[in-house]
Write a protein that binds this ligand. Structure first.
Ligand SMILES: [Zn+2]
Length: 221
């Protein structure tokens, strides 16, 4: 007798039967239909973001990922951390990119934002990546010292000035001479990553590999 197994798709909320093209995680799944509309990326490169040495991302920020990210951040669906971390791990296992890394850090949120959201989405992803690759996670080495307007509401120039002085790296004794993987949720202009990387380098970090869960489509070409 064939036992049919059903799961709830985290992306479309429909129940689906397990098929070879779907993906199953503990407690949830992603149906084959949704997975087919996810635009995976093998993006890796340097774009003249001055303090970031290299930027990599496993996913393009298409509508399905935009909606997933919104459910993760504003709908407080922590299971998405597993989904995004899995996409990152698949990317890294295929393309490499963090082989020389000493530690993981993540883009911090302000205390006010954490209080309203309950968690930092990048921290949840960073935690999984750190455990999977057995790299130490320097959770408290970067802090957000200013509560600034959301980057998503601003244009390119405003984004650069908005993040100026927003972050501070601490604990130079730990960071000095290290290659770190800096994890964020979405990269648009790279100005947030750059502002964090600048502070990390001021604390002695040798190399910053920016690892973003998703990246806007303009990076596709
Ligand atoms: Zn689905």
């Amino acid at each position: 007798m064939n036992v049919k197994l059903y799961y709830n798709c985290i992306l479309c909320n429909r129940r689906f039967e397990r098929t070879p093209d779907c993906k199953i995680f503990p407690g949830f799944g992603v149906c084959g239909k949704c997975l087919a509309s996810v635009k995976f990326s093998d993006y890796g490169g340097f774009e003249g973001i001055s303090y970031v040495d290299y930027i990599i991302s496993p996913l393009y920020y298409t509508p399905i990922i935009k909606s997933a990210m919104a459910s993760f951040k504003f709908g407080r669906q922590r299971a998405f951390a597993t989904f995004f971390a899995d996409c990152i791990i698949q990317y890294l296992n295929k393309n490499g990119g963090i082989d020389d890394a000493d530690a993981i850090v993540s883009v911090p949120l302000s205390k006010k934002r954490i209080a309203s959201r309950g968690f930092n989405q990048s921290e949840l992803v960073a935690d999984i990546i750190s455990k999977y690759y057995k790299l130490p996670y320097y959770k408290d080495c970067l802090v957000k010292v200013k509560d600034i307007p959301k980057q998503s509401k601003l244009n390119r120039l405003q984004r650069i000035t908005n993040v100026y002085g927003a972050f501070k790296a601490v604990n130079p004794a730990l960071l000095d001479g290290k290659t770190v993987v800096l994890i964020d949720d979405i990269t648009t202009t790279g100005s947030t990553m750059n502002a964090c990387a600048k502070e990390l380098k001021a604390c002695g970090v040798k190399k910053v590999i920016a690892l973003s869960c998703s990246i806007t489509d303009k990076h596709a070409d």
